[in-house]
Design a protein around this ligand. Structure first.
Ligand code: PHE
Length: 360
């Protein structure tokens, strides 16, 4: 049938020309839609003679199939072209190196605190904590430092402001970690072996003092703990911390209201060409204070001094960190960009991308 072939040519050409999905759909509707030319022809089959229908029917069906096939092929071609276009533009070079990530590092003081904690854990000490804003009772009175005692003034205490008319004694920023002794014994009694690392505050600022610094308190209470146990513990600690065979500890008679007797802790050392060597030589390095816990302190903390005794010590963490890593100015820890610490070979900083600094 000529008419059918003409329709086929017409719509195949239109399909070939269709540039997008909408145009393909338009071709489909005008050919095969309800009122499309092919559909109308299909409907005219009813008026044909049976002989005519016998040839026209299959021919029309074949036309329908051909057009559907062509339309589908055109759709697939369009989709392929769209995909090719995306593949050409939206590609990713997975072999490119990644952008450098900004990365933080452990602060040297935090790292040293972790090191110290691990060493004392090996010696059987667990970690205790207390608040940095402390009552003056825990910070002073319970530690046998009465109100008039000069060391309240010596410690350059920061006092928290009270509201007008509130006459309770002021809270303080703890001046040492010793109040944790009181809190721990009040809560847990004796015996005990704890360390208490943390921040302490004094109004002081120069090359070796910052208003906030870090201490580590030690407390061991039992039936027959002595200064000898204290000395051994400190020597074990110092040897492990400075990674040498043995660091000798020297006690220098001292005075703290909360210990009796009291001793300043020195580690044997020498300075060779400006370099500190621990455990050898004839110099001594001041590391902190210590002593046997005063009976009045045990009493204030609810522990019977007739049954229990023990030692306490307080070490300056920042100073230990400076000495271990050869950092000359304490303020560098808290005031400045930490990147320069890499000059001192601080291992925790051996990552290339510490961005910015630490500021307060
Ligand atoms: N608390 C004391 C200080 O900060 C140190 C210390 C702790 C001394 C424990 C003796 C016993 O100076």
């Amino acid at each position: 049938m000529d008419g059918i072939d003409a329709l086929r040519d017409k719509y195949l050409a239109a399909t070939a020309e269709a540039a997008d999905e909408a145009q393909i759909e338009a071709v489909r509707l005008s050919a095969l839609g309800k009122k499309g030319e092919v559909a109308l022809l299909m409907r005219s089959l009813g008026q044909m003679s049976p002989e005519e229908r016998q040839t026209a029917g299959p021919a029309l069906n074949a036309l329908k199939d051909d057009l559907n096939a062509a339309l589908n092929a055109a759709r697939v071609k369009l989709a392929d072209a769209a995909l090719d276009a995306r593949l050409a533009t939206e590609w990713l070079d997975v072999t490119l190196p990644s952008r450098p990530a900004r990365q933080g590092t452990i602060h040297p003081v935090s790292q040293v605190m972790d090191e110290i904690t691990a060493i004392f854990a090996d010696l059987g000490f667990s970690v205790a904590e207390g608040p940095q804003i402390e009552t003056d009772w825990h910070n002073f009175d319970a530690l046998n430092i009465p109100g008039h005692h000069p060391s309240r003034a010596e410690m350059d205490t920061f006092y928290m402001a009270r509201a007008e008319g509130d006459n309770r004694p002021p809270h303080v920023l703890r001046t040492h970690t010793s109040p944790v002794q009181i809190r721990h014994m009040l809560e847990n009694g004796a015996p005990c072996r704890i360390i208490a690392p943390g921040r302490v505050y004094r109004s002081d600022y120069d090359q070796t003092h910052t208003p906030m610094f870090h201490q580590i308190e030690g407390l061991a209470i039992d039936r027959d703990i002595s200064m000898a146990n204290l000395k051994w513990t400190l020597e074990e600690f110092a040897s492990a911390f400075f990674e040498v065979d043995k660091v000798e500890v020297r006690f220098r008679a001292s005075h703290f209201p909360f210990t009796e007797p009291s001793a300043e802790i020195d580690f044997r050392c020498s300075w060779v060409d400006g370099q500190l060597r621990l455990g050898e030589g004839d110099d001594w390095l001041e590391a902190g204070g210590s002593g046997m816990v005063h009976p009045k302190v045990l009493e204030a903390a609810g522990v019977d001094p007739n049954r229990w005794q023990g030692f306490a010590f307080g070490l300056g963490i920042d100073r230990l960190a400076m000495l271990k890593y050869g950092i000359p100015d304490l303020r560098a820890f808290f005031d400045s960009d930490l990147r320069w610490l890499r000059n001192y070979g601080f291992p925790a900083l051996d990552v290339p991308t510490l961005a910015g600094g630490i500021s307060r």
